[in-house]
Structure formats: structure tokens, C-alpha cells
Design a protein. Structure first.
Length: 338
């Protein structure tokens, strides 16, 4: 009876967190909508820009640092501060709602684990809710750092949106009642292996969001114009560096998850590796991200080429999560829809 009560509490908390996430997503979208409109500019060579500034009276905007890493373009200043202040207020409300949603989400995951008396990631529903929680956790940790070199609030919509979609998929398609594990999952390696995979998935998702933002910002900087809200985003070069840092941080954790899974397989099935579909695609994901990091470190790839490899890596991760777990038959089939 207590287990059923906790399971119901978990469901209620999860639905509540989804409602609050939706409010946060609206705020982040409004923050972008309220961003002041910036003037369109054309791409100007650095040397030409320097000569042009000599012929006119310097302004406060001229004193702002400019570098050639942003495509050699001098971005125009925002047209007014009222829109900036309003957008900032709405963004702060979005952060507060994200913190509240995180607390409710965490309570849902904990209550689910208590209801079953085990780690709350024994099936696809639980892995999805825990993975979504990891994404929010990484986002809030980065927000708490307040590093001016790597602002992250601009990612709010790109974090809360996928989290909300994942939770929606979990409660509508992947839901499984709280119950005991199959024998193969009753191991300490469930905590070790799956925890590492969940943490890595959260970091990789942030890296994926930053990569998408980089590709968009890089294209706009090359054109010299773009929508108003992109003015609130870091430069393409900064986004590229931030995405690389996320992927470099996640890669060893994913590596550990793959190794821990092999050790668990030997303990459960008597072999370290059997080319099961889930094992195969976990390894493919590892190989693609290894190629991404290797290309940046040795071949000197920066920018769009490396970004496309990173997108391919996240695509293999999503294929493993959605297609392999649900549609392909293997020793990991118990992780499918219950």
C-alpha cells in the first residue's frame, strides 16, 4: 500500500513539474521575443572597419572590444534598453520556474525509487525521467557558476523544451508501473552503469543544444543579419568553444558507462561483449564522439565540420535511446515499453 501511494505521489509530482516546465518554456520564449531589435549589418573586413572609424567621432559603442573571430563583423548595438530590461525580467522568472520544476521533478524521481525500493531507472520510463532530470541539473549547475565567459541562460528554451518533450513521451508512451526488476537488473552495476549513462546523456544534450545554436549563429554572422533574439546569444566562436567543452567533459563519462556495462554483462550473462544491439550502438556513439574530439585535437577542425560530427554523435545516441530500446530485440529488451 505504501509503495502504491509513493508511486501515485511520484506521478503527481511529475505532472506538476511538467506544468511548471511549460511555464518556464513560455518565459524563455518571451525573453527571446522581447529582445531589442538589432540593426542589420554587412560583413566588413577588420582593416576596412578600422579605417572607417577614423573618419567619425568615437562613441561609447566604439569602445567595446571587437575581434575578428566573429566573422570580422562589428555587431550593431541594441536599439534601446527598455526591451532588454523587460526580457531580462522575464528570463529571471523562467529561471525561477525552472528551479521549482527541478525540485518537483527530483521529488518525482525519488518517490518512484522509494515506491519500488530500488534505483529509479530500471525501465525506459524511469530512464527517460531520470535523463531529463540530468539535463535540467546540468543546466542549473552551469547557471549557478555565473561565468561571464560562458553565459547559458540563452539555452533555457533549448533545454526546457526537450525536457518537456521527453517527459511527455515518458508519461504517454513509455509509462510502466512501479515494480520489481527482472533478475538480470538486480545488481549494484545498475546504479553504477546507468547513473554514468544518465549523467553523460544530460551533458551531451547541452552540448547538442550549443552546437545547434553555434550553427545558426555562425550562419547569421556570415550573412551579417538575423532575428533580434540572436543578439542575446554569445558569438559563434564562443558557442563553438562551449560545445566542445561539454562534449569533452561528457566523453570520459560515457566511456566509463560503456566499460561498466561490459563488466555488468560479464556478471549477468557470462561475457563482456556480445554485440547486442544496445551494446553495438553505445559503442558506435562512443566512436563518433571519439572522432569528433580527435578531429579537433589533431586535424585542427573547428567550426562547422566538427559540429556536424557532434550532431551525428547525438543522432546515434538518440537512435540507441528511441529505436534500439523500443523496436530492436536483444538482451536489453526488458528496457523497452512495459
Amino acid at each position: 500500500m505504501a509503495g502504491e501511494t509513493l508511486a501515485q505521489l511520484s506521478n503527481n509530482l511529475l505532472y506538476s513539474s511538467m506544468a511548471v516546465y511549460a511555464g518556464a518554456m513560455y518565459c524563455y520564449a518571451a525573453e527571446m521575443a522581447f529582445a531589442p531589435r538589432r540593426q542589420q549589418t554587412r560583413a566588413v573586413p577588420v582593416a576596412e572597419r578600422s579605417m572607417a572609424t577614423v573618419a567619425r567621432t568615437p562613441t561609447a559603442y566604439d569602445a567595446a572590444p571587437r575581434t575578428a573571430v566573429d566573422g570580422g563583423r562589428a555587431p550593431a548595438p541594441p536599439t534601446g534598453t527598455h526591451g532588454t530590461a523587460r526580457a531580462d525580467r522575464v528570463g529571471r522568472v523562467g529561471v525561477a520556474l525552472t528551479v521549482l520544476a527541478f525540485a518537483l521533478h527530483l521529488g518525482a524521481v525519488v518517490a518512484r525509487g522509494l515506491s519500488a525500493g530500488r534505483a529509479p531507472w530500471g525501465n525506459m520510463f524511469e530512464f527517460s525521467t531520470a535523463g531529463a532530470l540530468a539535463v535540467t541539473t546540468v543546466f542549473l549547475v552551469l547557471l549557478a557558476r555565473r561565468d561571464p565567459r560562458y553565459p547559458v541562460r540563452y539555452l533555457g528554451l533549448f533545454v526546457v523544451g526537450p525536457v518537456l518533450l521527453t517527459l511527455g513521451l515518458a508519461v504517454t508512451v513509455l509509462y510502466t508501473d512501479s515494480e520489481q526488476l527482472v533478475p538480470a537488473l538486480k545488481s549494484v552495476w545498475l546504479v553504477i552503469h546507468v547513473t554514468a549513462a544518465i549523467i553523460a546523456s544530460g551533458i551531451l544534450t547541452l552540448g547538442f543544444a550549443q552546437t545547434i545554436c553555434y550553427l545558426v549563429q555562425d550562419r547569421l554572422e556570415r550573412r551579417g543579419d538575423g532575428p533580434a533574439f540572436m543578439a542575446r546569444f554569445p558569438s559563434a566562436a564562443a558557442l563553438d568553444r562551449a560545445a566542445y567543452r561539454m562534449h569533452a567533459f561528457a566523453f570520459p563519462i560515457w566511456t566509463f558507462a560503456v566499460i561498466a556495462g561490459a563488466i555488468w554483462a560479464e556478471n549477468a550473462w557470462g561475457r563482456y561483449w556480445g554485440w547486442d544491439p544496445k551494446e553495438t550502438w553505445a559503442f558506435i556513439t562512443w566512436v563518433v564522439y571519439a572522432c569528433y574530439l580527435h578531429a579537433r585535437a589533431t586535424a585542427g577542425w573547428r567550426g562547422r565540420k566538427a559540429a556536424y560530427i557532434a550532431l551525428l554523435g547525438y543522432g546515434t545516441f538518440l537512435f540507441n535511446y528511441l529505436v534500439v530500446n523500443i523496436f530492436l530485440v536483444g538482451l536489453h529488451s526488458y528496457a523497452g515499453v512495459g
